[in-house]
Design a protein around this ligand. Structure first.
Ligand code: GDP
Ligand code: MG
Length: 189
């Protein structure tokens, strides 16, 4: 199924001039860029993007808590507290510098983009992924520095989230429909 998803190259990726490499990886996989801009997000935009949704806060908190426990650390914070703390780090980070906002379209684009982007912690991310190949941060180091994990990318999680996120960063008129010249070869159409 053809889907659209939002990719943000966060300030670490823009400062490190990784935008081209990120786009290349998605284009190489047969996906198509249908929207693109460089933005310095406002606080309002950032908090709309990282909305204080309880499920997301709990998911983030649960994932982090698991990694602390694996390291044998004593965790006093609840999952929700960790989620809220990480959200504040993210709001500070995403508003601190330039962000490249990109809409990627293609068959199963949401899961394929996340597969190519790699898992959240660069230390754990497979080296064949963007995060694994170009970053080395970890939950532990980020938490000690009281900041978000620097992992280059944001990628929408599922189709409802992708629709919501794309509408925050782009108007309909900013998204352009066209055909890649190899779509026939790729999809047999
Ligand atoms: P993603 O979908 O893979 O980006 O991961 P999440 O949606 O779970 O988390 C959003 C972002 O928050 C991540 O990309 C990281 O930058 C940051 N983050 C997530 N978990 C932690 C954490 O435990 N500590 C810190 N400092 N940052 C985190
Ligand atoms: Mg996420």
């Amino acid at each position: 199924m053809i889907e659209r998803t939002l990719v943000l190259v966060k300030p670490d990726g823009v400062y490190r001039a990784l935008i081209g490499k990120v786009i290349q990886r998605f284009e190489d996989a047969g996906l198509k860029i249908v929207g693109m801009k460089i933005v310095r997000p406002s606080k309002d935009m950032a908090s709309e993007h990282y909305v204080a949704d309880e499920k997301w806060l709990l998911d983030v908190g649960t994932k982090s808590k698991k990694s602390y426990i694996e390291k044998g650390m004593d965790v006093k914070e609840s999952e929700l507290e960790i989620g809220n703390r990480v959200r504040n780090y993210l709001l500070d980070y995403i508003t601190s510098g330039p962000v490249a906002a990109i809409v990627v379209e293609g068959n199963e684009a949401i899961s394929i983009v996340r597969k190519i982007g790699g898992s959240t912690s660069p230390q754990k991310a497979d080296p064949s992924t963007i995060r694994g190949a170009y970053s080395s941060d970890s939950y532990q180091m980020a938490d000690e520095g009281k900041r978000a994990v620097r992992n280059i990318l944001h990628m929408s999680e599922d189709s409802a989230v992708a629709k919501r996120e794309i509408s925050i960063w782009f108007s309909d008129a900013e998204l352009v429909e066209y055909k890649r010249s190899d779509e026939g070869a790729q999809y047999g159409i």
